[in-house]
Design a protein around this ligand. Sequence first.
Ligand code: 3PG
Length: 230
Amino acid sequence: MGLPGWHCARPASPELTVLEQIAASGLVPVVRIERAADAPELARTLAGADLACIEITFRTDAAVDAIRAIRAEVPEVLVGAGTVVTLDQLDRALEAEAQFIVSPGLQAAIVHGCQARHVPILPGVYTPTEILAAVDHGVSVVKLFPASAAGGPAYLRALAGPFPSVSFVPTGGIDQDNLEAYLRSPSVLAVGGSWMVRPELLAARDWGTVGRLAAEATAVVRSVRTDVAR
Ligand code: 3PG
């Protein structure tokens, strides 16, 4: 596919690689889930809003079972494990069949553990030096984190020049209001964030609001893509 940007992305299908599916989604909802039993309903709600990708963070004890449940019950949704910062978490994520791994930072052991098992890893980076370190480890798609605090779309534009072969998944401080500016930034593969899956919405099992927020977000993705394709 035409990494680094997502503008060439096609609709999700099983033939696409994981990174292509992330690009096709354009969005990576970052989920902190307390009840694994809610995970399939959450994934179905996102899929109903045309959002077939989800990142379950290892910030709760429910993460492993949530990933496993989505893989078993909602296989059309691509599920990754987030906040993976130890090899034990990586092992548990892969045992649960997570399809991609996300970390807030760059750790050689995690990167190499993923590469050895042919699972895409999106390590977190914040600076040009960290991006170079990721490239040295053979990584070409990175999570820019925390994206808004780092400088937002203007920072991404500044990074695109010296790193033309690196794709970014900016995450941190992104919401419906600034989503479009990120999607229009060069080299953005997809945008990550928790705004449509906020913990209080999950706690209340407010699938209506989750679905509405997800639909609003996917509408922005569609609109930017239509615009860029013109
Ligand atoms: C992450 O885990 O990647 C971020 O904490 C998500 O950031 P957000 O909550 O600001 O969207």
